[in-house]
Design a protein around this ligand. Sequence first.
Ligand SMILES: Nc1ncnc2c1ncn2[C@@H]1O[C@H](COP(=O)(O)OP(=O)(O)O)[C@@H](O)[C@H]1O
Ligand SMILES: [Mg+2]
Length: 315
Amino acid sequence: MRTEAAELVFDEATKVYPGREGAAVHELSLTVPAGEICVLVGPSGGGKTTALKLVNRLIPLTSGYIRIDGKAIGDYNITELRRSIGYVIQQVGLFPHYTVEGNIGVVPRLYGESRSWIKARSAELLDLVGLDPSYAKRFPAQLSGGERQRVGLARALAANPPLMLMDEPFGAIDPIVRTRLQDEFLRLQGELRKTVVFVTHDIDEAIKIGDRIAILREGGKLAQYDTPMQILDHPVDEFVADFVGRDRALKALALQKLGDLKLGEGVRDGLPRLPAETSLRDALSFLLAERQEAAVVTGENGKPLGVVTREDLLR
Ligand SMILES: Nc1ncnc2c1ncn2[C@@H]1O[C@H](COP(=O)(O)OP(=O)(O)O)[C@@H](O)[C@H]1O
Ligand SMILES: [Mg+2]
């Protein structure tokens, strides 16, 4: 397995729990390219957690295959497999009697890394997830929910795994901290470029985080696997359209920026100005609120780039 990022393939992966009628995950086939974030989203009981646990072999497949970098997970030595997969869960599962540093060092310690190596790695990871170095000596009970989640992420990254599985990592966090954690996670991913499977039941989180989104319906059946834009613009059926919500057109506007548009001519004084990074949704909202038909889009140092109209935004 490579160390930077691995390709993950589900190939008709199926899980039927013993004694249960239908499948929890039904013939799931999808490819997560190396270095991309795939978000698994769907209703509760849709098989999201099961799909993740199949990957690190916490539960066995009933049929089908899962391959990492072309090799079936069953053909990996289980220790090697788990070592190359970082796993982050909602309840974090930090050991209460270990310090933050002790928790981050759990996996490296298993593999015989030295105390000085772990100390240095722990400091590096705390910095990466945005915690002060002084946190190394704290215990989990002395942390807020958001901080615990950061430590959970640091711990999962400790062995520098090419693949990360994240099961509703920000699910139990209040909305403001949650938004910040999402932003920081995306920044981090910009640097680390891991392959990530990220589970959420929140479609807005999926749209924000995912390079691609896999929507699962009840019975663990894949309803659609596409980019956020494709899913918003072209939901394959009623289930997906319902799931993404009636405001899907507005959500699609939120994904694009003024700078992405072909701008018109006619820059003049008296028109309001909006920076090129403004989302189309915010721009439309602004024009409606200000009762304006058009605005000048500005780039670096406020340089006018062109004009956008309401019509352009609604197209
Ligand atoms: N250990 C288990 N034994 C039997 N059934 C299970 C087990 N774990 C989950 N299930 C069932 O499998 C289905 C999918 O569950 P899960 O993967 O946890 O869904 P999600 O994470 O999308 O909420 C549910 O119907 C759930 O009740
Ligand atoms: Mg779950």
